[in-house]
Design a protein around this ligand. Structure first.
Ligand code: NDP
Length: 255
């Protein structure tokens, strides 16, 4: 690929890159020419994702990380800098959800969701800052949700974390614009992954209702996120920062 969207010579970290949306984005960045570090807690899943990327001709590496652990995040950036020689792109995608009524969450469950989804995004973003400054700039892509825009009866901590991700994105964008670092969020709609699988199988009615409410008349797949991620990782978006782009088949447009 050449021109505005070319990522040749660039190195990217995708947290939660070993499956679902993260792997869809990793494939997109790799197809645009980036070397990709797949970062997740599960070494076996990381290795399988790297094998998938390499089978597509990509340059990829696996790195174990738990985004709630500051030392583990620091070790991740160090390992990637050492192996790939640079870091130009961070996709802070790692995330979890636990679905139930607000009053039934333990404080430990609340903290777990906020820590991985929101604090983990902050920790990873600040960890790549020195490498970005050294390289003269960089791109951070955070992953929000439709729940960055509205709440839901069984996702209180998730929606709180994803609302926070958007405000964090805007704040980092303002703070680091002078360093030539662009920080933008992608807000996925309803995407077919492990995260949504349990809800879909326990409530086929909900699955059908979401399809019906999505103007595109289908659930998304991880590959649907790749194009927007490549755009936000490339120089095509050098004057775009602090935005949150829904990739949702039109779902948010009708709210
Ligand atoms: P998956 O459950 O398929 O993937 C989640 C990924 O996050 C896994 O790779 C997992 O790897 C990683 N992960 C979880 N916890 C940690 C941690 N503490 N440290 C490092 N990695 C971690 O979910 P999706 O692909 O669906 O979700 C990806 C992102 O997209 C999330 O932020 C989610 O909130 C968001 N999103 C998803 C939507 C959907 O409809 N699917 C809609 C809107 C947003 P491992 O277990 O190996 O650590």
């Amino acid at each position: 690929m050449s021109g505005l969207f070319d990522l040749s010579g660039r190195a990217a970290i995708v947290t939660g890159g070993n499956g679902g949306i993260g792997l869809g984005i990793a494939k997109g960045l790799a197809a645009a020419g980036a070397a990709v570090a797949v970062a997740g807690r599960d070494a076996t899943k990381n290795a399988a994702a790297v094998a998938e990327l390499e089978a597509l001709g990509a340059s990829a590496m696996a790195v174990e990380v738990d985004v709630v652990d500051e030392a583990s995040v620091a070790a991740m950036t160090e390992a990637v800098s050492r192996r790939l020689g640079r870091i130009d792109i961070l996709v802070a995608n790692a995330g979890i959800n636990i679905r139930k009524p607000p009053e039934t969450y333990s404080l430990a469950e609340w903290h777990k969701i906020i820590d991985i989804n929101l604090t983990g995004t902050f920790t990873c973003a600040t960890a790549v800052l020195p490498a970005f400054r050294q390289a003269g700039g960089g791109k951070i892509i955070t992953i929000g949700s439709m729940s960055s825009l509205f709440g839901g009866g069984v996702i209180a901590p998730y929606a709180a974390s994803k609302g926070g991700v958007v405000q964090l994105t805007k704040s980092l964008a303002v703070a680091w614009a002078g360093d030539n670092i662009q920080v933008n969020a992608i807000l996925p709609g309803f995407i077919d992954t492990d995260l949504t699988r349990e809800g879909r199988s326990s409530s086929p009615q909900m699955f059908a209702k979401i399809t019906e409410r999505t103007p595109a008349d289908r659930w998304g797949v991880p590959a649907d996120l790749a194009g927007t991620a490549v755009y936000l990782a490339s120089r095509a978006s050098d004057f775009v920062t602090g935005t949150a782009i829904p990739v949702d088949g039109g779902y948010a447009a009708q709210i």
